[in-house]
Design a protein around this ligand. Structure first.
Ligand code: PLP
Length: 399
């Protein structure tokens, strides 16, 4: 029975009901086919039902299993679905940590509003995840194996049975946890330089548009972009670099935000540039935000061997990137996001032009430095055990 007393209940992770699995699943070894399948979830999942009439019901942590939804469910017909992508990290001090989970909670609430799904106090998301990880953490991320992580996928679907076109009257919020290959362990093909190859999108396909929903993490953004992604992979590229508009503005790359560091043509100053949020074309990445904040704090003055950069969020075009390359002004480029972290870009193909992004120094080291700082926070090491961006999950069960 739902535990709420008011007519429409708030999401409250503290009243979670826990049912433990009696049939534990094998834990895949790092690098195994099961892990590479991105589909082998942990023993439990968190679920919470919502109805328009009563609000959020009692959250549950229960054995992982298939969902049962009616063939008429809203999400199957009207794409009433949104999700988050986060990780839970096993720290070098043995603790489990989430990285800036309130940013994900807030973004999930923004996404759910964009697709008429219910809102909730975003802090409840991290509490729900903590309940799940108190149960699954010890077995799936052993304390004596620091440096490992699981990918977390909080998801909300409109699962009500009403086929008529209408805002969802029922919803399900669930969280699953999935072992995920470590991108830093990927070895480049023999004879090739490390880094991603991006294929600039063709003018006949765009990912997002003003007034649309590119800023929200809706499944509806991803399905229609997969054709271009598949075509890019088929010709040997890693991701699509999404361009927008007649002037072909650079927006983001696959499931990550795109950064370029160059010498500014007018001022001659070194700039770290990424697309802005104001026009709502790109996903406001948690990693993007963290890279911007760290860069503004640490990289606007000399830092080791790294010359200072101005950190700028502004629109720029693929033509600007090509010109910078032709004039030898590219310093470095990288993409960033939860799943693939911070990865240098080595090449962008735009039509029949191959733009070499490695720069004269073959990666000046900004991406590497940012990665080192973020890793220390995520895994609680190098004096960053108590960083304000970390949420430590206490109370893990030993079983
Ligand atoms: N852009 C898109 C389209 C994405 O799917 C993602 C990944 O979630 C990102 C950017 C990076 O966002 P974050 O750093 O929050 O993972």
């Amino acid at each position: 029975m739902p535990s709420f007393t008011s007519a429409v209940a708030e999401l409250d992770a503290s009243v979670v009901k826990i049912t433990r699995s009696t049939n534990l699943r094998p834990v895949p070894a790092p690098g195994s086919p099961e892990e590479l399948s991105h589909s082998h979830c942990t023993d439990h999942m968190a679920t919470v039902r919502w109805t328009d009439a009563n609000g959020w019901e009692t959250p549950e942590v229960r054995p992982y299993e298939n969902l049962s939804i009616p063939p008429t469910a809203s999400c199957l017909h009207y794409a009433t679905e949104c999700f988050e992508g986060m990780k839970v990290y096993r720290g070098y001090d043995g603790k489990l940590r989430l990285f800036r989970p309130d940013c994900n909670g807030e973004r999930l609430v923004n996404s759910s509003q964009r697709t008429s799904l219910p809102g909730f106090r975003f802090e409840e998301l991290k509490r729900l995840i903590a309940k799940l990880m108190q149960i699954d953490g010890a077995r799936w991320l052993p304390k004596d194996q620091p440096g490992r992580f699981l990918y977390l996928r909080p998801t909300m679907i409109g699962n009500g049975p009403h086929l008529g076109v209408q805002t969802p009257k029922e919803a399900l919020l669930f969280v699953i946890a999935v072992p995920w290959p470590d991108p830093s362990k990927k070895v480049p093909e023999p004879g090739t330089k490390p880094g991603l190859k991006l294929l600039a999108s063709h003018p006949d396909t765009i990912r997002a548009w003003p007034g649309g929903f590119g800023y929200a993490k809706l499944g509806a953004n991803y399905g229609p972009s997969l054709q271009a992604h598949g075509q890019a992979l088929a010709v040997g590229f890693d991701q699509v670099l999404w361009l927008f508009g007649q002037d072909r503005q650079v927006t983001e790359a696959g499931a990550s935000n795109f950064f370029v560091i160059w010498e500014n043509k007018e001022t001659g100053k070194r700039e770290m540039v990424t697309a802005p949020l104001e026009n709502q074309l790109i996903l406001p990445g948690v990693t993007r935000r963290s890279v911007l904040e760290l860069s503004r704090a640490e990289l606007t003055r000399p830092c080791g061997d790294l010359a200072p950069v101005e950190v700028v969020e502004k629109s720029f075009t693929i033509g600007d990137v090509e010109q910078a390359w032709r004039e030898g002004r590219i310093v470095e480029s990288f993409v960033c996001g939860t799943a693939y972290f911070i990865t240098p870009v080595k090449l962008i193909r735009n039509g029949d032009v191959d733009i070499d992004m490695l720069g004269a120094a073959e990666n000046a080291g900004y991406a590497k430095q940012l990665k080192t700082w973020l890793e220390a926070i995520m895994f609680g090491k190098d004096g960053k055990e108590n960083h304000e961006w970390s949420y430590v999950i206490e109370g893990e069960s030993d079983k």
